[in-house]
Design a binder for this molecule. Structure first.
Ligand code: SF4
Length: 275
């Protein structure tokens, strides 16, 4: 991994996504060592072959967020949208931790999206953010620090193939439970559900049920963005599925998934949104 200097770090989004509440996003690193086969940033303009540590990110954030705070442009900051904020390298560099300290100082709410156990190191800052931050006017009443754990399958063997370097799903569930025990607002993003691999009605119900048992505040369930890298993975590990994926009617598939997700979240009395 090489150290890089950036000119900007706080991305202001034109429109907030209702699911992730991303008024802003911050990516402390370029690339991601977890190397998930379905990663949507692969091949996109946000993806890079090489990794990079945005070494001056805290200094740049301080300048950018100060201006936003002065104008009272409060909004949720998603950490991260195109990298994992708690890759193993974070243990040494602590870029995410330094960014959270600045966010806490300027009182912005956050949504931390992770697959890592290392988030537990920053519970102190997340609690401070949850207590002291200022919400945008239209989100009054919400919690101010959200921790979202992304899971694509509960099958540990499959997870080892599709998310080779990420902590296993069981560890993510335990970490989420610890966040809950610490009083944080935390839940599961069952995203992306993998067609024919982790999307049967039974598998989705199992995810919602386990999320409930582990105390999750929410479960978000969403589909996959197909890309060439994912097709290469299919050809290598599940060649029989390639024609099935090619025949998939994406729109109808996503509608069916949404309907099932709504039904199951109602059945298990768990929210399927952050609000
Ligand atoms: S953890 Fe997230 S950013 Fe990293 S490879 Fe996986 S999907 Fe991509």
């Amino acid at each position: 991994m090489r150290e890089v200097k950036v000119k900007t770090i706080l991305n202001k989004h034109k429109k907030r996504d209702e699911w992730f509440l991303d008024d802003y996003s911050i990516n402390p690193y370029y690339g991601c060592s977890f190397n998930c086969v379905y990663c949507y940033i692969k091949g996109s303009k946000y993806g890079r072959e090489e990794f990079g540590i945005k070494i001056n990110a805290p200094e740049i954030l301080e300048k950018e967020i100060r201006i936003r705070a002065r104008k009272r442009e409060y909004g949720f900051i998603v950490i991260s949208s195109s990298t994992e904020p708690y890759m193993p390298i974070e243990k040494d560099y602590k870029i995410t931790r330094k960014l959270l300290k600045i966010i806490a100082k300027y009182r912005f709410p956050v949504n931390v999206a992770t697959k890592s156990t290392l988030v537990l190191r920053d519970i102190d800052l997340l609690k401070e953010i949850d207590k002291n931050s200022i919400l945008p006017k239209d989100l009054k009443g919400m919690r101010k620090a959200v921790v979202s754990f992304s899971i694509s399958t509960l099958d540990e063997k499959l997870a080892k193939i599709v998310e080779p370097m990420a902590p296993p799903p069981s560890k993510r569930l335990e970490t989420m439970k610890k966040c809950k025990e610490e009083g944080l607002f935390a839940g599961i993003c069952y995203i992306p559900v993998l067609p024919f691999l982790s999307d049967s009605e039974e598998q989705i119900e199992e995810m919602v049920k386990i999320a409930k048992e582990y105390g999750a505040d929410f479960v978000l369930i969403g589909g996959l963005t197909l890309n060439n890298a994912y097709y290469k993975f299919l050809e290598k590990h599940f060649p029989d599925l390639v024609p099935k994926y090619k025949e998939l009617n994406q729109k109808a598939y996503l509608m069916k998934l949404e309907k099932l997700a709504n039904e199951l979240c109602r059945k298990y009395k768990i929210k399927n949104s952050l609000m």
